[in-house]
Design a protein around this ligand. Structure first.
Ligand code: ADP
Length: 190
């Protein structure tokens, strides 16, 4: 079973993906994590994406589709797509890749939240990291967050209609506590 987690930055996609990995042995494919790894490894691609990410803009479709293609080529199933697709072109590319590898998508699960909570969660995440002496994500600041939210509404939210049209869209209340969201997702998967 392969699923997509959809929702704005701070909606809880990463948190729920981690729970699914733990509880069901699914495989999390987070393009954000892959891009941060590329950045940390100091490759040419890493340098290019670092600047784009820090501003809160989207990295090119070509780069992220390439990252996902590599992962899918390694085989396996039970994927949780976290932070991908983020544009309609990426969604079409994913559909093609899934077909090529003989796989299908079970659901696109939208974590429904509101903007106020997102700002609180992301500012909270940065403060927690700071207090724990951990690195704060370069894009977890008010300015980038504005750009990230705008990118979500302009470029990613059309995917809600796209997956609705494909009969794959499922909504969960992302404002509920973590365990409740997890249970709602479990109900969709079982
Ligand atoms: P969040 O959802 O909390 O903003 P992510 O870790 O998913 O965080 O992504 C961080 C940044 O990585 C994005 O703002 C964007 O610059 C880049 N990125 C991640 N996934 C994609 C994608 N599928 N397409 C384009 N850019 C992406």
């Amino acid at each position: 079973m392969n699923i997509i987690l959809l929702g704005p930055p701070g909606a809880g996609k990463g948190t729920q993906a981690a729970r699914l990995v733990e509880a069901r042995g699914m495989v999390q494919l987070s393009t954000g994590d892959m891009l941060r790894e590329a950045q940390a490894s100091g490759t040419e691609m890493g340098k290019i994406v670092a600047e784009v990410m820090a501003k809160g803009q989207l990295v090119t479709d070509e780069i992220v589709i390439g990252l996902i293609r590599e992962k899918l080529a390694q085989g396996g199933s039970g994927f949780i797509f976290d932070g991908f697709p983020r544009t309609l072109a990426q969604a079409d590319a994913l559909a093609a890749l899934m077909e090529e590898t003989g796989q299908s998508l079970h659901a696109a699960i939208e974590l429904q939240v509101n903007d106020e909570i997102l700002v609180d969660r992301i500012v909270g995440r940065a403060e927690q990291a700071r207090a724990a002496g951990q690195p704060v994500r370069a894009d977890d600041n008010a300015e980038s967050l504005k750009t990230r939210l705008m990118a979500y509404y302009k470029q990613t939210s059309p995917l809600i209609g796209y997956y609705h049209a494909k009969g794959l869209l499922r909504g969960v209340d992302g404002l509920a506590d973590i365990d409740t969201v997890e249970a709602q997702i479990a109900a969709i998967l079982d």
